[in-house]
Design a protein around this ligand. Structure first.
Ligand code: NAP
Length: 245
């Protein structure tokens, strides 16, 4: 059986591990910032120590294949995976989220970084729904004149001076997102251009409400063979297994 390392930390990675169960020997790797889900196979937690550490891990564990199912904004681990797999001659696939497409009614303002989003925000709105994840909330600390509704996976007390914190785990419905933004008088949604289905409801809700969306562009995607569905990733794994027979 193929020994597969899934680089995870996303709902897609968990779904992939469940779909692959029984077809490969799975190790899922997590950075460990958002808890450890119950997954088939082995789960390891924490950094590898850069690309060299990951390469050493691939060799020590005799890994045959890597599927990089990390978040599109987790650019460092993806770059390390690319370098480590090349060095250790291990097959690698990227499971990427489908990009969101802009609708004619969308009021998106695209920026290149969290810092740019924070700098532009006061000229766009006064009551922001901030959905950039716990790791990037601190980037909005110096923004003045804006109240934030901050959504996180886990409770955290007062991450910004003027804010309310709510917790929630995707998927969300459009109706619930619309009601939430209405209830808090939100006038701008701040989000990463993460793509995929699980968090798309907020984009649709903002469109319905006619709200501005301050959207942080994705970093350049990792190089190499890329698929957007679990089914396609399973197909890749199947071919790999056949090739190795
Ligand atoms: P990052 O900037 O690309 O990675 C920073 C470091 O964290 C890496 O160099 C690596 O440490 C370690 N790391 C990251 N993912 C890992 C994994 N799956 N297994 C083992 N080590 C990992 O990543 P990030 O943006 O901080 O995201 C961390 C994790 O959270 C990722 O796994 C990602 O899928 C998930 N996530 C990120 C976001 C986001 O917006 N960035 C959103 C949702 C989920 P070493 O160099 O020591 O190996």
């Amino acid at each position: 059986m193929v020994r597969l390392l899934i680089l995870g930390g996303t709902a897609e990675a968990a779904a992939l591990a469940r779909a692959v169960a029984g077809r490969a020997e799975i190790i899922t790797s997590l950075a460990g910032r958002a808890g450890v889900p119950d997954l088939p196979g082995r789960v390891r937690v924490g950094g590898f120590g850069g690309a060299a550490g990951l390469e050493a891990f691939l060799r020590a564990e005799a890994v045959d294949a890597v599927i990089d199912a990390t978040h599109p904004f987790a650019a460092r681990i993806s770059a390390h995976a690319e370098a480590a797999c090349q060095a250790a001659a291990v097959a690698r696939l990227v499971l990427a989220r489908r990009q969101w497409r802009r609708d004619a009614d969308d009021r998106w303002i695209l920026v290149d970084s969290v810092a740019e989003a924070a700098a532009r925000l006061p000229e766009i709105g006064r009551r922001a729904f901030l959905t950039v994840g716990a790791g990037d909330v601190a980037g909005f600390t110096d923004v003045r004149g804006v109240w934030f509704l901050v959504r996180l996976l886990q409770e955290r007390r007062q991450p910004l001076a003027a804010c309310a914190v709510i917790t929630g785990r995707p998927p969300f419905t459009v109706e619930a997102e619309e009601a939430l933004m209405r209830a808090h008088g939100i006038d701008v949604l701040v989000t990463k251009a993460s793509g995929g289905d699980a968090t798309y409801a907020k984009i649709e809700a903002a469109r319905r409400l006619g709200l501005a969306v301050l959207m942080i562009r994705r970093p350049p995607p990792p190089a190499g063979e890329t698929v957007e569905t679990i089914a396609a990733a399973l197909g890749w794994l199947e071919n790999l297994t056949l090739d190795s027979l």
